[in-house]
Design a protein around this ligand. Structure first.
Ligand SMILES: *Cc1c(COP(=O)(O)O)cnc(C)c1O
Length: 444
């Protein structure tokens, strides 16, 4: 699968001297607004390992933010993308089309939930896909309002900043934002005032009441939700919430959009996270895991909704680039061949088992949640008050990094450690990573 030995190896301080040298050059020329979780410069990556320029090999619990689910150098992705590179790099699908784009749209029609007629349009980034889902929904409904949720994340462009909940770092100082965006509550079980068991029913009732009374259902073009909220803290809306919102959308002629950019493509142990409660979205946005690391995104949905837009109304110079499409076909081939949904479910089993044991010892772990290989722990100062502990999340991440385990943080309160290993990671590396996390708890 990959030439990189699947073994952790720490041979210098992290970051090592060569990374530090590169970091100095970076600081001189790369804009300060572009951050990095860990300034370790990558030489090679594949399977569950990132090898840096100093020869360290880190266990990867990040997958480049849920992108390299098949690994960062998956054989089928490299083979197909390389062959495509040699044939042609670009024509622009809007100038002269090519088969790869069509094949990706066929695969999306097959894999996304629902057996209705579907069509897709391809783009470069997740934010671009979300923007286009809004364009399609507005065009189809003739309405303007867009409803999103607390803790939601949908991107960094002007419209998607408006859709995103969290101010720092995503929105701060970047306004004014796009109008006609309305935010309503989500069923965040762990923090729901009357308890997780009531969150699904109460939050959906509140959200529906706000939409009906404050926006007017007949003004709403789209309701956009992540079936598992990513940047907001790997929040799984409590059971019943998604179906209730989807039903409300259907009753009121509102386009229901599932943003599966982070949760899609086997990440949660199903092709798409909304399948968990049998929700069939009208439109679904995908990106991240779709193409094994190459930049590709899509909007897929009911043919009559997608076709509401006039010819020429959707597109972009690079959207559905042929090399990225070849990468997607290689990535999907790998997901099917290796049954990565089953792998993701196995990762969940291993991780949740180990994390539950850690929670008994370390009550700072207030909540363990997520599905498949999209697992998180929420850290609190005291499990009784649930006061968020962002400092603990930061300190744990730092301790893991020093030992050669790459982990990421997230959450509205910055107190969530999230684990997004490549789905092809070996079980030995997975357990070794969890050993390092456990040691980090002992040290912090
Ligand atoms: C990452 C993400 C986006 C934005 O994708 P980009 O490719 O960074 O523009 C949108 N929605 C969700 C749920 C995401 O996780």
């Amino acid at each position: 699968m990959t030439a990189i030995p699947q073994e952790r190896r720490v041979v210098t301080a992290i970051p090592g001297p060569k990374s530090q040298e590169l970091q100095a050059r970076r600081t001189a020329t790369v804009a300060g607004g572009v951050g990095s979780v860990l300034p370790v410069f990558t030489a090679r990556a594949g399977g569950g390992i990132i090898e840096d320029v100093d020869g360290n090999r880190l266990i990867d619990f990040g997958s480049g933010i849920a992108v390299t689910s098949v690994g960062a150098s998956a054989e089928a992705v490299v083979r197909r993308a390389s062959a495509q590179l040699a044939d042609f790099t670009h024509t622009c699908f809007m100038v002269t089309p090519y088969e790869g784009y069509v094949e990706v749209c066929e695969a999306l029609a097959e894999l996304t939930p629902g057996d209705h007629a579907k069509k897709s349009a391809l783009f470069n980034s997740g934010a671009e896909a979300v923007e286009n889902a809004v364009k399609v929904a507005r065009s189809y409904t003739g309405r303007q309002a867009v409803v999103v949720f607390d803790h939601g994340y949908h991107g960094r462009t002007n419209l998607t900043m408006a859709l995103t909940a969290k101010n720092m770092p995503y929105k701060h100082g970047f306004g004014p934002f796009a109008p006609e965006v309305y935010r309503v509550p989500v069923a965040y079980g762990y923090r729901w005032p009357t308890g997780a068991e009531n969150a699904g029913a109460e939050a959906s009732a509140q959200a529906i009441d706000m939409i009906s009374k404050q926006v007017g259902a007949e003004n709403v073009a789209a309701i956009i939700i992540e079936p598992v909220l990513g940047e907001g803290g790997f929040i799984e809306p409590a059971k019943g919430f998604l179906p209730a919102i989807a039903e409300f959308a259907k009753e009121n002629g509102i386009v229901f959009v599932a943003d599966e950019i982070q949760s899609g493509f086997c990440r949660t142990g199903q092709w798409f996270a909304c399948e968990d409660e049998g929700v069939v979205p009208d439109l679904i946005t995908t990106a991240k895991g779709i193409a094994g690391g190459l930049p590709l995104a899509a909007v897929t949905g009911r043919a009559e909704i997608m076709d509401a837009v006039h010819s020429g109304g959707l597109g972009g110079t690079y959207g559905g680039n042929p090399v990225a499409c070849a990468g997607a076909l290689g990535s999907i081939e790998t997901m099917k061949e290796l049954d990565l949904n089953a792998k993701a479910r196995r990762i969940e089993e291993v991780m949740k088992g180990r994390l539950a044991t850690m929670q008994e010892k370390y009550p700072a772990i207030g909540d363990i949640r997520g599905r498949g290989a999209m697992i998180a722990i929420e850290l609190v100062k005291d499990p009784a008050t649930k006061e968020p502990d962002a400092a603990a999340a930061g300190a744990l991440a730092k301790a893991c990094h020093a030992e050669g385990l790459l982990v990421l943080t997230c959450g509205t309160y910055g107190n969530v450690l999230r684990f997004l290993p490549p789905l092809v990671i070996g079980e030995d590396l997975l357990n070794e990573g969890l050993d390092i996390l456990e040691q980090a708890f002992a040290g912090v």
